[in-house]
Ligand binder design. Structure first.
Ligand SMILES: Nc1ncnc2c1ncn2[C@@H]1O[C@H](COP(=O)(O)OP(=O)(O)O)[C@@H](O)[C@H]1O
Ligand SMILES: [Mg+2]
Length: 330
C-alpha cells in the first residue's frame, strides 16, 4: 500500500442512458497530496467522487484506492476513505455533538471511545462552543466543518471533499482551507473537487480540469499556466463592431487562441514570452488599422485564462487561431 497512488482511475466512463457523465477519464494522485478536480457545474466531478467512494459503479474502466480495486473490494475501500459530500449529510435537529457521536457509534466505537473522538473532532474543527446546539442554528461554514468532522471519524487515509466550500463567503472559505491544509500535513491524501480556480490554485498540488465528462488538461498550476504559452494582453474595444478586424489584424501576433469575451467587451490575446515587447507591436497594429481601444494591460496568465482558453467558458469565441503548440488539448 505504501507506494500505491492515493487513488487512481483508469479509462473510467459513466453513462446515465444518453448522458455521458464521464468519458474515459484516467488520473492518479500521489499519497499525502491534494489533487484538485476542477470543472464547471455538470462536468462530472461528483460522478467520479461517487465512484471512487463506492457509491456507484462505472460503466467501464477501473478504479483503485491505495491499490485496492474499488469495484471488487468496496468494503475494504470503505475502511480507507472518508467522504464529505456537496450536500451536508447531517441531521438538522440533532446537536453537533450528537451528530458526530452517532457517526462514531456507526463506526463501532464504544460509547466511551465515541465520546472522546467526538470531543476531539469538535475541538479541532472549532465547534466545541457550538457542540450542544442544534445544527439548524449553525451557519453554512459550521455545517461544512461538522460534515467534514463526520467524514474524519474513521481516520480516513484518503479523503474525498466534493465542493467543500461552494457557497461559502471568502473568510469562511479560507478557514476551511486551513483545516484542509492541516489534514494534509498530518498525512491525509485528499481529492478536492471545486468550481473555483483560485481554490485549486491555492490548495492543489496537482490539478485536473474536466469539462463535459472529459479530462481536458492536468498538471501543476504552474504547468497549466505555462502551457498557455506566456503572457496575455487584454484590452477593450471602443467600438465592439471592430472585433472582426481585430482578429484579422492580430492573428499574426498571437501565440494561441484569441478569445473575445463579448459580455465584458474584453479581448484576450496570448502573446507568448516577452509580452512587454509584443505590446508595442500590438498597439502599432491596432493604431494602423484605426481600431480604438479603451483599456490595455499585459499580465501573466492566471488559471482563469487557462480555463477560458480550454473551455471557452465566460467567453464567446469569435475566432480560433490555429495553435502552434502541441500537447495541450487531449
Ligand atoms: N443519476 C443521474 N442520472 C442522470 N444523469 C446524471 C445523474 N447523475 C449525474 N448526471 C449527469 O451527469 C453529468 C455530470 O454530473 P455531476 O457529476 O453531478 O457533475 P458535477 O459534480 O461536476 O457538477 C451531468 O450532466 C448530470 O446531469
Ligand atoms: Mg457535483
Amino acid at each position: 500500500m505504501s507506494n500505491q497512488p492515493a487513488f487512481k482511475a483508469i479509462k473510467v466512463s459513466k453513462y446515465f442512458g444518453e448522458v455521458h457523465a464521464l468519458s474515459e477519464v484516467s488520473l492518479s494522485s500521489e499519497q499525502g497530496k491534494i489533487f484538485g478536480l476542477l470543472g464547471p457545474n455538470g462536468a462530472g466531478k461528483t460522478t467520479l467522487v461517487n465512484m471512487l467512494s463506492t457509491l456507484t459503479e462505472p460503466t467501464a474502466g477501473k478504479l483503485e484506492v491505495l491499490g485496492v480495486d474499488v469495484i471488487n473490494n468496496p468494503n475494504q475501500v470503505r475502511k480507507l476513505i472518508g467522504l464529505a459530500g456537496q450536500f451536508a449529510a447531517i441531521d438538522e435537529y440533532l446537536t453537533g455533538e450528537e451528530n458526530i457521536y452517532m457517526v462514531a457509534r456507526l463506526y463501532h466505537l464504544s460509547a466511551k471511545e465515541a465520546k472522546i473522538r467526538t470531543k476531539k473532532l469538535l475541538e479541532e474543527l472549532s465547534l466545541a462552543d457550538a457542540a450542544k446546539r442544534q445544527v439548524r442554528t449553525y451557519s453554512g461554514g459550521m455545517r461544512r466543518r461538522l460534515d467534514l468532522g463526520a467524514s474524519l471519524v474513521g481516520h480516513p487515509k484518503v479523503l474525498f471533499l466534493d465542493e467543500p466550500t461552494t457557497g461559502l463567503d471568502p473568510r469562511t472559505r479560507s478557514e476551511l482551507w486551513d483545516i484542509i491544509r492541516d489534514l494534509v500535513n498530518e498525512g491525509t491524501s485528499i481529492l478536492l473537487t471545486t468550481q473555483y480556480l483560485e481554490e485549486a490554485d491555492e490548495l492543489a498540488d496537482h490539478i485536473a480540469v474536466i469539462d463535459h465528462g472529459k479530462l481536458i488538461a492536468q498538471g501543476t498550476s504552474r504547468q497549466l499556466k505555462s502551457q498557455l504559452g506566456g503572457d496575455v494582453i487584454k484590452f477593450s474595444l471602443k467600438n465592439k463592431n471592430d472585433i472582426e478586424k481585430v482578429m484579422a489584424v492580430l492573428k499574426p501576433l498571437s501565440s494561441g487562441k484569441i478569445i473575445y469575451e463579448e459580455k465584458d467587451n474584453l479581448v484576450n490575446l496570448p502573446v507568448g514570452s516577452h509580452g512587454s515587447r509584443k505590446l508595442i507591436d500590438v498597439v502599432r497594429k491596432l493604431d494602423g488599422a484605426k481600431i480604438e481601444t479603451v483599456s490595455f494591460e499585459l499580465h501573466e496568465p492566471t488559471l482563469d485564462d487557462v480555463f477560458l482558453n480550454l473551455t471557452g467558458i465566460k467567453a464567446s469565441e469569435v475566432a480560433e487561431v490555429k495553435k502552434s503548440k502541441k500537447g495541450w488539448r487531449k
